[in-house]
Write a protein that binds this ligand. Structure first.
Ligand code: PRP
Ligand code: MN
Ligand code: MG
Length: 178
């Protein structure tokens, strides 16, 4: 294991099983819907790739790139769109895919925007949920695991753009980020 890592939280095998479960549930729930799956770059890219292969339905795949406004942005929830969707959400059932939810500001903002644009429904699929650091109330419809407020990397999650490619999910040693 990489020297910067403290502990493996979820192995490749555990992740695979959980994604299968979520895919099954989503397949069941979206049977008669017009599913539009939207991944939020960059963190979601691996979960997104795994999840859509476990959904046995016709669907649209798209990505959106967002960033917070300045340093304090995460505290007021303002989000800037760097890459918007390729298709219209109007009348579609949008499933937003995230690697992790922290404050909840990113998803809350995008959800509101998609609703304003006329989406038929907007739901979230997040592999990890850092519930303790949530700043807004929201329902996470499809959730992999709840995680403590540690620095978490792997399976798309980065520390300073590193570790996204780890096939498992691990915590980072404190001396690495402190
Ligand atoms: C992380 C994560 C979510 C967001 C969650 O992305 O992937 O997109 O933060 O935070 P929030 O719930 O407080 O809004 P990050 O900004 O690190 O970008 P990245 O996905 O490119 O790593
Ligand atoms: Mn992200
Ligand atoms: Mg990040």
């Amino acid at each position: 294991m990489n020297k910067a890592l403290k502990e493996i939280l979820f192995s490749e095998e555990e992740i695979r099983a959980k994604v299968k479960e979520l895919g099954k549930e989503i397949t069941h729930d979206y049977m008669d819907k017009d599913l539009y799956v939207v991944g939020i770059l960059k963190g979601s890219f691996i979960f997104m790739a795994d999840l859509v292969r476990e959904i046995s339905l016709p669907l649209l795949v798209d990505f959106m790139s967002v960033s917070s406004y300045g340093r304090n942005a995460k505290s007021n929830g303002e989000v800037k769109i760097l890459k918007d969707l390729d298709f219209s959400v109007e009348g579609r059932d949008v499933l937003i895919v995230e690697d992790i939810i922290d404050s909840g500001y990113t998803l809350k903002y995008i959800e509101q925007m998609f609703k304003t644009r006329g989406a038929n429904s907007v739901k979230f699929a997040a592999f990890l949920d850092k519930k303790e650091s949530r700043k807004v109330e929201m329902e996470v419809h499809y959730k992999g695991y709840e995680v403590p407020n540690d620095f978490i990397v792997g399976y798309g999650l980065d520390y300073s753009e590193e570790y996204r490619n780890l096939p498992y999910i691990a915590t980072l040693k404190e001396e690495v980020y402190k």
